[in-house]
Design a protein around this ligand. Structure first.
Ligand SMILES: Cc1cc2nc3c(=O)[nH]c(=O)nc-3n(C[C@H](O)[C@H](O)[C@H](O)COP(=O)(O)O)c2cc1C
Length: 213
């Protein structure tokens, strides 16, 4: 298996920053974009339930409407691909059953192989207070994976909570679905004049943040 050196990982993570100004003339090529979509799909989730949808916006007319729904921020319009990460509003027995069927099919198991586990999972999930909160937490894992994956490929991102989720839901046709906007991620290439690229990273010290036991 090909791996990278620890210093290469850190170099890319130091290179990544939350882009304030994207280059509107640069587009991500198809192969790179396909890898980043795969990155989203490969995101781990609790029990493997994948309680999300990822909406990828490249249509200029739709992108032009996004700053007004994003606290005036221009990244969603100027970036190459704007990703909206949406969480499933609920988690019910029917959905869990559908997931278990896909486990059975993918791994070519006997039809009833997952039934016991499915029952336990349904009763465990029933006890969770807010399914939307739980699902939204999974969505943030996808956000992290997308940003790191992009950085490893030399692609820039800006994670974006400064958006109006209800407005995005309406614009993207999510409002009447089982899914709702949680967070956005603008993906593309930094503008050469984005001053933020030169700002030093502000992080608390390892001594404060990491406890080694
Ligand atoms: C969940 C989340 C939401 C964010 N929302 C925005 C946003 O709406 N607009 C923006 O310019 N930056 C946004 N940021 C970027 C943060 O301000 C930035 O990541 C943080 O200051 C650390 O800086 P760095 O990412 O450049 O290292 C967001 C970051 C995260 C993780």
């Amino acid at each position: 298996m090909a791996t990278i050196a620890p210093e290469q990982l850190i170099e890319q993570l130091e290179w990544r920053y939350a882009v304030k100004r994207f280059d509107p003339d640069r587009r991500i090529d198809e192969a790179t974009w396909a890898a980043l979509e795969r990155c989203l799909i490969l995101t781990p989730s609790s029990y493997g339930l994948q309680p999300w949808r990822f909406i990828v916006i490249t249509d200029p007319d739709v992108k032009a409407q996004l700053p007004a729904l994003s606290w005036g921020q221009k990244q969603p319009q100027d970036c190459s691909h704007m990703v909206v990460l949406a969480a499933r509003k609920t988690m019910d027995a029917e959905y869990i059953q559908r997931y278990m069927q896909s486990v059975v099919q993918t791994r070519e198991l006997p039809p009833d192989a997952m039934q016991g586990y499915q029952r336990v999972l349904v009763s465990t999930v029933e006890k969770i207070d807010s399914h939307l909160d739980w699902n939204a937490r999974q969505v943030y894992i996808a956000l992290g994976q997308l940003m790191v994956g992009a950085a490893m490929l030399g692609v820039d991102t800006c994670p974006m909570e400064g958006i109006d989720p209800a407005g995005y839901d309406r614009l993207l046709g999510l409002a009447e679905t089982d899914y709702t906007t949680v967070v956005g991620c603008a993906v593309g290439y930094r503008h050469p004049d984005d001053a933020q690229a030169n700002a030093a990273k502000v992080r608390f010290s390892a001594d404060e943040l990491i406890t080694r036991i």
